[in-house]
Design a protein around this ligand. Structure first.
Ligand code: SF4
Length: 232
């Protein structure tokens, strides 16, 4: 499919020198628990079927998560929290996600991100964010005939996603919609695009899940709303 071609082009991208260096350095140093791993250490493509009606985005892959396994939201506690929520709703075939060959499949949902390489301290620079923008814009373009809802995990992802949506042909309200858990914004249909709902959730990082800022029912509620909009 077009999406498969896009994914394979993406994995060869070396446009951000700092991120290319970092993703490879992390793979050399590794974590004690992952000494035997051959890290992916490349841009991490989206994961999920090409007919997804719901897209879930964070900000960027994690150094020892997606950057290690080569699959978005895979190989760390954040991913497990997300897949447990998706599995509760029948959107993921299993509640955990260890590695890219674990048999996990998604139903109607695709996971991707505005920045495709793991950044130091999980923070891309504004230039890196802008440089990566066209990849997700192209992915949303390919998904757009069926796309109905985009769930954004965290405020940094929200800030990064809005310009991607604009580049991909949706018109953003002014003032720009603010991020919050439970934020729900409808982007109206344009000549090029169908109506899409934009939903916000706190990010399922351990900082949020350990402190109870984001509970499992809170994440499930947002994903359920998106799934309903997506006809899942
Ligand atoms: Fe390429 Fe995006 Fe990775 Fe930069 S962050 S190197 S643009 S895939």
């Amino acid at each position: 499919s077009g999406l498969g071609e896009l994914d394979s082009l993406l994995t060869g991208c070396r446009a951000c020198p700092r991120l290319v260096a970092w993703r490879e350095e992390v793979a050399q140093v590794r974590r004690a628990a992952f000494q035997d791993w051959d890290y992916w250490a490349r841009p991490v493509p989206g994961f999920g079927p090409p007919d997804a009606t719901v897209v879930v985005v964070g900000l960027a892959p994690a150094a020892h998560g997606g950057n290690r396994t080569g699959r978005m939201f895979t190989g760390d506690a954040t991913g497990d929290f997300l897949f447990q929520a998706l599995h509760t709703l029948g959107l993921a075939s299993q509640p955990t996600s260890d590695h890219a060959g674990d048999g996990l499949t998604l139903h109607g949902v695709r996971l991707t991100s505005p920045v495709h390489c793991a950044p130091p301290a999980n923070r891309p620079t504004p230039l890196e964010r802008d440089t990566c923008r066209s990849w997700l814009a192209a992915e949303l373009d390919l998904l757009s005939p069926g796309l109905r809802a985009v769930v954004v995990l965290g405020g940094f992802g929200w800030q990064a996603l809005l310009p991607v949506l604009a580049e991909a042909g949706w018109r953003l309200p002014r003032p720009r919609p603010a991020f919050g858990h439970g934020a729900h914004v409808v982007l109206p249909a344009t000549e090029r695009r169908q109506e899409v709902h934009l939903l916000g959730s706190y990010h399922p990082s351990q900082r949020n899940t350990f402190t109870g800022r984001l509970t499992m029912p809170m994440l499930v509620d947002v994903l359920r709303e998106a799934a309903g909009i997506g006809g899942l």
